[in-house]
Design a protein around this ligand. Structure first.
Ligand code: GLN
Length: 198
């Protein structure tokens, strides 16, 4: 089994490590070109700058093949900028250049919505199906999920707020599970999407 990490911009090494700590380095592939997509059974879409990643997807000729693979059933674990790129609706933020989202997750998202002084924080998150209590959610200039539509399944909450959704095997989280020591989110994603067992 091979898991790819979209390696155009952002926290690619951290995303790789997120999967490597469960699967080993040989099972994780950096995805930079359309061909790379053919050999992976699941994909991580990292945090970073969604506008930059969006542009690089176009430059690399990756947008259309990536969208097609996801629509055909490729499981995706998208965090932060990754979630922004999969969202159906983005609320415009004055002064920010807009990425072009793929509209695969039925959510409305506003970027950088937790304010400057709280650009980064950690908070307990309740993730569906995880045993062993709340997950330590690391939020870095995180987007906020303002609304979810009927096609979005709610996967994670921080208090009353939705911080993670899924649509089939596509997961989008506003926090970064690859930046905490806790491997439960990755383990659950791999077991739900690929039947992987530790
Ligand atoms: N603020 C970034 C954006 O809007 C996302 C931040 C992140 O991925 N950690 O694209």
């Amino acid at each position: 089994m091979k898991v790819g990490v979209l390696a155009l911009q952002g926290d690619v090494p951290e995303q790789r490590r997120g999967f490597e700590r469960l699967l080993g380095a040989d099972s994780v592939l950096s995805v930079r070109r359309p061909d790379d997509l053919e050999s992976v059974h699941a994909l991580g879409m990292p945090g970073g700058e969604s506008t930059a990643i969006s542009q690089l997807l176009d430059d690399a000729g990756m947008r259309e093949p990536l969208e097609r693979r996801i629509r055909e059933g490729l499981p995706v674990l998208a965090t932060c900028a990754g979630l922004i790129l999969l969202s159906r609706r983005l609320e415009r933020v004055p002064g920010l250049r807009e990425p072009r989202p793929m509209e695969l997750l039925d959510v409305t998202v506003r970027r950088n919505d937790y304010g400057r002084q709280r650009e980064s924080f950690e908070a307990p998150v309740h993730v569906e199906g995880l045993v062993g209590g709340p997950f330590p959610g690391v939020f870095i200039r995180a987007p906020r999920i303002l609304a979810t539509g009927p096609e979005a399944h709610i996967l994670a909450r921080r208090g009353d707020e939705v911080v993670g959704v899924s649509a089939g095997r596509v997961w989008g989280l506003t926090f970064h599970p690859e930046l905490s020591d806790d491997t439960r989110v990755h383990a659950r994603f791999l077991s739900e999407s690929l039947g992987w067992r530790l």
